[in-house]
Ligand binder design. Structure first.
Ligand SMILES: NC(=O)C1=CN([C@@H]2O[C@H](COP(=O)(O)OP(=O)(O)OC[C@H]3O[C@@H](n4cnc5c(N)ncnc54)[C@H](OP(=O)(O)O)[C@@H]3O)[C@@H](O)[C@H]2O)C=CC1
Ligand SMILES: Cc1cn([C@H]2C[C@H](O)[C@@H](COP(=O)(O)OP(=O)(O)O[C@H]3O[C@@H](C)C(=O)[C@@H](O)[C@H]3O)O2)c(=O)[nH]c1=O
Ligand SMILES: [Mg+2]
Length: 315
């Protein structure tokens, strides 16, 4: 089983490289080796590699920057997945692709399930939406796994930004009117492995491609529960304080919730980013952990990894 993996330096790709170990020969391509903005290179690399399965967590994820580079974001997130899907189809290889809550406008009151029509409101969301459509159009066997608010020990993310703010400032404000579920890249990759081996536990070591073919489609894959960015930031600061990690903020109440309309940086983001986990549970029997459980566990790892309890600053 040859698995072509993209984006290994990213939050999800980095964890996938570990989670997928033992399931086959992992052929990992960095941006330098297979640049998703170079569609010919993508095609040639897949043809030369002839994988049995393609796992594609690589993407243009800089939401703010994307507003000024719409063509590049569209090529990487919208067009490259189409080329990947075309080549996968030629080889008979299924595709595992990752997508986002930002394919929606977030105006719906309840969590989004996989049947709701997409309606992105920013460049990143539009490009990811195009990628979803390209995958579904060009290959028969795929999982598009939609996740949200991803964080990890490595890589840049909101969790680590909040730790830095807590270490450097006595008080700060965080947007309080956007709701979703922070999701740990480690959980995303562990669940991906579980789905691939078609077992409720992670003990299997054989990928079941026919199972993937039978269950081809879009699945939401986010932590259980919901919060706002402000609720998420407050939880992080409370944990840091409870664990006696030195911080400048003196209490969670010093983080003030503010409306997104006051946040100075475009673009608009969806107010409701909540994705229903019902289809994932009913199809695969997978129940996702509560977001608080995973954030607490990841925070423990970050504190250890960066010696934050000793008063070190997060680099
Ligand atoms: N981060 C989040 O909050 C969320 C992410 N997602 C989706 O999950 C997936 C993984 O996200 P995440 O791990 O957080 O992303 P990261 O930003 O952490 O990693 C992105 C990866 O893509 C690679 N990459 C970027 N541009 C190119 C390119 N032109 N050619 C090849 N590789 C490239 C990066 O390589 P390099 O290191 O060289 O830049 C990096 O390995 C993406 O599809 C994203 O849209 C979904 C919901 C939320
Ligand atoms: C850093 C920061 C953010 N915010 C707000 C802005 C925004 O509404 C929210 C989150 O900020 P971020 O910059 O992390 O948001 P953003 O980069 O838009 O996060 C998104 O990334 C892409 C890749 C996804 O797919 C989404 O699921 C989501 O995780 O918090 C503050 O209020 N204060 C701050 O200091
Ligand atoms: Mg961001």
């Amino acid at each position: 089983m040859k698995i072509l993996l993209t984006g290994q330096s990213g939050q999800i790709g980095n964890e996938l490289a570990q989670s997928l170990r033992g399931l086959g020969e992992i052929v990992s391509f960095s941006r330098q080796q297979m640049d998703l903005s170079d569609l010919d290179q993508v095609r040639d690399t897949i043809r030369a590699t002839r994988p049995d399965l393609i796992v594609n967590p690589a993407a243009y994820t800089a939401v703010v920057k994307a507003e000024n580079e719409p063509e590049l974001a569209m090529r990487i997130n919208g067009e490259a997945p189409g080329v990947i899907a075309e080549e996968a189809q030629r080889l008979g290889a299924p595709v595992v692709h990752y997508s986002t809550d930002y394919v929606f406008d977030g105006t719906q009151d309840v969590p989004y399930d996989e049947t709701v029509q997409t309606h992105p409101i920013n460049v990143y969301g539009k490009s990811k939406c195009a990628g979803e459509e390209a995958i579904a159009r060009h290959c028969e066997a795929y999982w598009i796994l939609r996740t949200s608010w991803v964080y990890s020990v490595s890589g840049g993310n909101f969790l680590k930004t909040v730790i830095r703010l807590a270490q450097e400032q006595e008080k700060f404000t965080i947007v309080g009117d956007q709701f979703g579920a922070p999701t740990w890249s480690k959980t995303i990759s562990d669940v991906t492995r579980r789905l691939l081996v078609n077992q409720q536990t992670t003990s299997g070591t054989q990928i079941d491609l026919d199972h993937l073919r039978r269950t081809s489609g879009i699945y939401n894959l986010t932590a259980a529960g919901e919060t706002s960015w402000h609720g998420y930031a407050s939880f992080i600061v409370e944990r840091l304080q409870a664990l006696h990690v030195p911080v400048k903020v003196s209490g969670a109440s010093v983080i003030t919730p503010v409306p997104s309309s006051t946040y100075p940086v475009p673009p608009h983001r969806p107010p409701n980013s909540r994705l229903s986990g019902a289809k994932l549970a009913s199809t695969f029997g997978v129940t996702m952990p509560q977001w608080q459980t995973d954030v607490a566990n990841c925070l423990d790892e970050i504190i250890r990894e960066y010696n934050l309890a000793d008063g070190r600053k997060l680099a």
